[in-house]
Design a protein around this ligand. Structure first.
Ligand code: TRP
Length: 349
């Protein structure tokens, strides 16, 4: 039976990058192509992006189109996926308000992803309450559409937990109304949270350590060639370390035996390459060139499709507008049930 409802989204604070791609976009495409679901939503979380960019709405506005371009470029299909813009579904904001009653301040302050972001943004001294509440708004995104599966990276796990807690609390007070959901993480451990080019634990726009899906071939080459490896691997003949060596981390996340056959036939697989590096005699340039080929094979078709699509922004915007209209219909319908459960549906027949 096709009963799953899949939903996930991204903040439009920049173009989407390789971390988004391996962490969530690839799983979305897989789910889309398997077709084993009732409905799939992919949305642009502009209201959430405003919670820490409220003073720069222009950036958010511009990136809504860029993220939509990225979605279509990676192969998400408007025939199979409903795309929407978060702020154009006012029911989401409405849900959030009622959900805020079901979460304590101390619970919000314990969210590890939010804690990290607060540290990164230097917000510990004065946290905008909207930002602290974004996990509550995310719970609204998820539950308003009766979502059962959320494909995302592991930084989203605390959000899913928070959403499910709210669902349980809501149901226990107002009666069985909302359903819980599950996160779908990538199988590959490294893809759950791809480190940045600089070795930082996370690839992130604000840290400036990203490979973007929209990067040109030359940008990609430059970024790969300047990647951090093992600082003690100075001469080719030196034994090298593969632990914490980001080039190997990326190869672990993205390469397969076919890549070896095609681009580096002296080795059969990553283990052989690693062993040679550990023994000494394998230079960084060689492994970086290989990584470039691996990445370029995956990103080239995306980059080319993106350039094609960008020539027809009217189409890209139309897809988003039509999806938003469809999602709104569902949102209104489910809002009625929600209000009925609380008993604030005064003028309904
Ligand atoms: N927090 C997600 C991000 O930073 C975006 C997001 C908002 C989301 N609402 C969601 C993801 C609901 C999954 C489900 O990219």
């Amino acid at each position: 039976m096709k009963e799953d409802i899949i939903l996930t989204g991204d903040r439009p604070t920049g173009h989407l990058h390789l971390g988004h791609y391996v962490g969530s976009l690839k799983n979305r495409i897989k789910l889309q192509n398997e077709g084993n679901y009732e409905r799939m939503y992919v949305f642009i979380a502009d209201s959430q992006a405003l919670t820490d960019n409220f003073d720069n709405p222009k950036k958010i506005r511009e990136n809504v189109r860029e993220v939509m371009l990225d979605y279509l470029a990676v192969g998400l299909d408007p025939e199979k996926v409903t795309f929407f813009v978060q702020s154009m579904i006012p029911e989401l904001t409405e849900y959030t308000f009622y959900f805020m009653n079901l979460v304590t301040l101390s619970r919000l302050l314990r969210n590890p992803t939010v804690k990290n972001e607060m540290k990164e943004k230097g917000m510990e001294e004065s946290i905008p309450s909207g930002f602290l509440n974004y996990p509550v708004s995310q719970a609204a995104d998820i539950t308003l559409f009766n979502t059962t599966i959320v494909p995302a990276g592991d930084d989203q796990e605390p959000m899913i937990e928070q959403a499910n807690e709210i669902v349980r609390k809501f149901n226990s007070i107002y009666g069985e109304t909302l359903n819980e959901c599950k996160i779908l993480l990538p199988d590959n451990e490294i893809c759950k949270r791809l480190p940045g080019l600089d070795g930082n634990a996370k690839m992130s726009k604000s840290l400036g350590n990203c490979i973007y899906l929209s990067d040109t071939e030359e940008e990609l080459r430059k970024k790969v060639m300047s990647m951090y490896t093992d600082p003690n691997h100075v001469r080719v003949e030196d034994p090298g370390n593969v632990e914490g060596n980001i080039v190997f981390t990326y190869l672990e996340a993205l390469s397969n035996e076919n890549h070896f056959k095609k681009y580096l036939p002296e080795y059969h697989n990553l283990d052989e390459l690693k062993n040679h590096y550990k023994q000494g005699g394998l230079g960084d340039v060689k492994i970086k060139k290989f990584l470039f080929e691996v990445l370029n094979e995956e990103l080239k078709p995306i980059r080319e499709r993106r350039l094609e699509l960008a020539k027809n922004m009217d189409y890209v915007e139309k897809v988003l507008k039509e999806g938003t209209e469809k999602a709104r219909i569902v949102a209104k319908e489910n809002m009625k049930k929600f209000k009925h459960a609380i008993g604030i549906d005064y003028f309904e027949e």
